[in-house]
Structures are given as C-alpha cells and as structure tokens.
Design a protein around this ligand. Structure first.
Ligand SMILES: NC(=O)c1ccc[n+]([C@@H]2O[C@H](COP(=O)([O-])OP(=O)(O)OC[C@H]3O[C@@H](n4cnc5c(N)ncnc54)[C@H](OP(=O)(O)O)[C@@H]3O)[C@@H](O)[C@H]2O)c1
Length: 262
C-alpha cells in the first residue's frame, strides 16, 4: 500500500491481553472505554481520584486493575506508573483523559480556575509524558492517546479556559507524532464533541450531536483499531466545526454567532 494511504498509526487488530492504562476512568468516556476494552479481552488499569467509583467500573472484570491517584499532584505520576506496571507487567497503550471544565466567559475570569485547569488538563499530561515517553522509547513500542476536544478547533463561548487547554493538547499531539512516530511509537489525538457525562451535566444549552459515553467509547475504539491519528466524533458535528474553523475569520465569527446565538 502506498504510504499516502497507510494509517498514520499501527492498527490494533486484537485487544486480547493488550495492556491499557486509562487515566480519568472513574466516570464518563474513560469509564465506558475501559469497560469496552475489558469486554474485548484487554487488561486495563483504570485511574482517577475516586477509588470507590473506580472499583465499581472494575467490578466483574478479572483483568481490571485500579490505581487511584490525583494526576494534578506533581509527584504522583512515577508512583502511579510503577503501580500500573506492577499490576499489568507492561503498558501497550495509555489514554490520558483526566480533565476539568470550568465554563467561563471573558468577563468572568477566575484565575484560580485558570491555574487548576491548566495544571490538570495540560501540565499533568506533560508530567505523564516525562515518565511514559522514556519507557515506551526503551521498549521501542507503545501508544499514547490524548483526549482533547473539538473545542480546540476554534474559540467558542464559555470555553475561555477549557478551549485553550484542549488546543494546547492538539498542538502537543501533533509535535509528539512528528517526533515519536519515526521511533516506532503511536500517538493519537482524540477530539470528542458533546458527550453526556458528569462534565457536561451542568450545560444549560442545547448540545448539538450529544452522544452517550458508550457511543463515544465505540468511536475511540474503532479509531484506535483503524490506526487513525485524529479520532474525532460525532462525524457530522465535529466535521462541520472543523470546516468552520478553516474559514476566514469574518465568516467564521458570523457563523458561530448565528449558530450559538451568542
Ligand atoms: N463530555 C464531553 O462532552 C467532552 C467533550 C470533549 C472532550 N471531553 C474530554 O473527555 C475526557 C473525559 O471527560 P468526561 O466527559 O468523561 O468527564 P468526566 O466523567 O467528568 O470524567 C473526567 C475524569 O477525570 C478524572 N479526574 C478529574 N480530575 C482528576 C485528577 N485531579 N486526577 C485524576 N483524575 C481526575 C475524573 O475522576 P475523579 O473525579 O474520580 O478524579 C473522571 O474520571 C476529558 O478529557 C474531557 O475534557 C469531554
């Protein structure tokens, strides 16, 4: 197959006994993805802060392991990674999805929210990479998936803080792909649209293309299996926003004002 038509990452043909570590898996998309991969036969270590919720996600799955930790804690990553390695022996794929969403307008900025969001959504990802990249390079294989958001594509109302943290992850994943793919590693950028989870439960506006966590997990699993670099969904809404983000600013702002009513 010509290089132009090859998937950007190595397709995952079989989940049986794959070792996957999902951070941000006590609820929502991470929990649904964990259950889907466990059902497919993978070993999955699930992490987040709330141990009781993690235990209930893991219940009835003998190949599920729980490592509870606060990923915004500067010192926590090496220890959590060691616990994950002790539980599973090795790691084939890590999915980094722990995040917070503080809906914010330009006129209601709270600097403490800015600090907390960037610490968790961005800095904790770099902390994870500081431990994971040397590990995967040493093994000469492994996959790193960052859960960002389609809000990274363009500035959107209320997303003053969240949108820029997720835009940072889009850029980060692109750079990682450039540098790590030639060394045999896989890098995935997951950009979900609206998913019905605790994170969006406070949204008081109509969320176009709203999906269930299970459908979101199915899209992620399918994208990983196909070896996609960017896994974006739902197809229609995410594709439209992507297209809008490529328009000249005058037209883009006009369209966004019209569609969001803001
Ligand atoms: N829902 C959407 O519409 C949507 C759209 C685009 C992107 N996303 C992204 O998808 C990912 C999953 O979000 P979700 O919608 O599934 O929301 P969610 O159910 O609220 O999940 C967030 C997860 O992050 C964990 N977490 C939060 N703070 C943490 C910390 N300090 N340390 C460790 N874990 C922490 C939470 O568990 P604990 O509270 O137990 O720690 C939870 O497991 C996020 O990256 C989010 O930005 C979601």
């Amino acid at each position: 197959m010509s290089a132009w038509f090859k998937p950007l990452n190595q397709p995952i043909h079989d989940w049986l006994d794959k070792r996957v570590w999902i951070v941000g898996a006590s609820s929502g998309i991470g929990a649904a993805l964990a259950q889907s991969l466990l059902e497919a036969g993978a070993h999955v270590t699930i992490s987040a802060r709330r141990e009781t919720e993690l235990q209930s996600v893991a219940a009835n799955f003998p190949k599920a392991h729980v490592v509870a930790f606060d990923s915004a804690e500067p010192q926590a990553w090496p220890e959590a990674m060691q616990a994950t390695l002790s539980a599973m022996g090795h790691i084939d794929l890590v999915v980094l999805g722990a995040a917070r969403y503080d809906p914010t307008h330009s006129w209601s900025l709270n600097l403490s929210d800015v600090q907390k969001s960037f610490d968790l959504n961005v800095v904790s990802v770099y902390r994870a990479l500081a431990s994971l990249v040397p590990y995967f390079l040493n093994r000469q294989s492994g996959g790193i998936a960052l859960i960002a958001s389609i809000s990274a594509y363009t500035g959107l109302p209320r997303a003053l803080i969240y949108g820029s943290t997720k835009a940072a992850l889009n850029n980060l994943a692109e750079t990682m792909y450039f540098e790590l793919a030639p060394k045999g590693l896989d890098v995935y950028l997951i950009n979900p649209g609206f998913v019905e989870t605790p994170m969006t439960s406070g949204n008081d506006f109509k969320m176009p293309g709203l999906m269930t966590p299970k459908d979101a997990a199915d899209c992620i699993k399918s994208g990983l299996q196909k070896g996609r670099f960017e896994i974006r969904f739902p197809r229609g809404f995410a594709g439209t926003l992507r297209l809008i983000s490529r328009l000249p600013y005058r037209l883009r702002f006009w369209l966004l004002h019209k569609t969001t009513g803001m």
